[in-house]
Design a protein around this ligand. Sequence first.
Ligand SMILES: Nc1ncnc2c1ncn2[C@@H]1O[C@H](COP(=O)(O)OP(=O)(O)O)[C@@H](O)[C@H]1O
Ligand SMILES: [Mg+2]
Length: 349
Amino acid sequence: MRVVVLSNSPASPVVLPLESETASASGERWESEAISDRAVEGVAWSVANALLESGHDVVMLQAGNRPEDVIAGLRDAAPDAVFNLCETIGGDSRLEAAVPYLLSWLDIPFTGNPPGALAMLVDKVTTKALFASLGVRTPECLTLGCVSDLDEWNIWPAILKPAAEDASLGIDAGSVVRNAETARSRFELLAARFGIPVLIERFITGREVNVAVLETENGLKTGINEIDFSTLPSELPPIVTYEAKWVENSNYYKSTPVKSPANLQHAVDRIVRDTALSIFSALDLSGYARIDFRIDNENLTWVLEVNPNPDLSDDAGFARSLPEMGLGYREAVDGLVRVAIARHRRRKK
Ligand SMILES: Nc1ncnc2c1ncn2[C@@H]1O[C@H](COP(=O)(O)OP(=O)(O)O)[C@@H](O)[C@H]1O
Ligand SMILES: [Mg+2]
């Protein structure tokens, strides 16, 4: 088969001045945020190699600011399927869904999640409303459009985050706040940098696990990773910050190793797996997704978010759950193309 591996062109690095004491106290300035965007290039090569090993013809294509170039590239390649790795367009996460919308329009099968799901889930406010409608336990939250909205909030500690970013953009040691004053200055910082709305959420103290869900020709498979915060210096809040995900020489990165598979009590293991599977089905997701949970000290499970089309690096996150599913990277990548083509055929009927 001929497969186009489509990834986004990396956005140019954004360098920001320090805007508040919160940012300097946390030691981060998000000036390195283009790292997560650039990581997609590495993933594209890993996926391409896996596809070549499976005997496919592979064409690499990047989606930048000009849709007409993508259309021309796809017309030239005339692929049987597209492996869609686009996470942003020109650095804008809200345009992630534009790529699978375009592929649907061009009637080309593509891997991973449908555009509607991507468009919905990029927005954390919508996602929280979906959780509520599904009856899934998720931390209480409030959407903040201006600083005085915080007058209605009285749950501490709390965490603030941009409403429409992922990859832990905007999440650093200053994200967890214990009172209204710190919350206000954090709101100002996030609103200036990422725009409104900003989300404030009850902070769940406890363990953090990610459930990987993969659609295969033999049904859905799951695997669970745990973030091990045990070596994190006590002055740093136990959360997965931007640095923890992307900045290899940072304290956060070094002190938040991933334990795979997670070692959970049988009952808790069942609950998080079943919850992840029911969310995957209820939201009509396809291909692959990662669902993040916190488990509090009373063993209650809380869904933090759903990541459709999560990072597919061959050495991190999702891929580390593949052994638990009994699959290798090459097989999983090949399987994603096969289920994409099968889904496309079903929809045409
Ligand atoms: N309500 C919460 N309680 C505890 N930790 C949280 C909460 N919300 C977010 N976090 C921490 O922040 C990280 C990033 O938040 P998340 O909502 O997953 O944003 P992103 O989409 O950027 O990954 C999580 O992995 C977790 O460590
Ligand atoms: Mg997350």
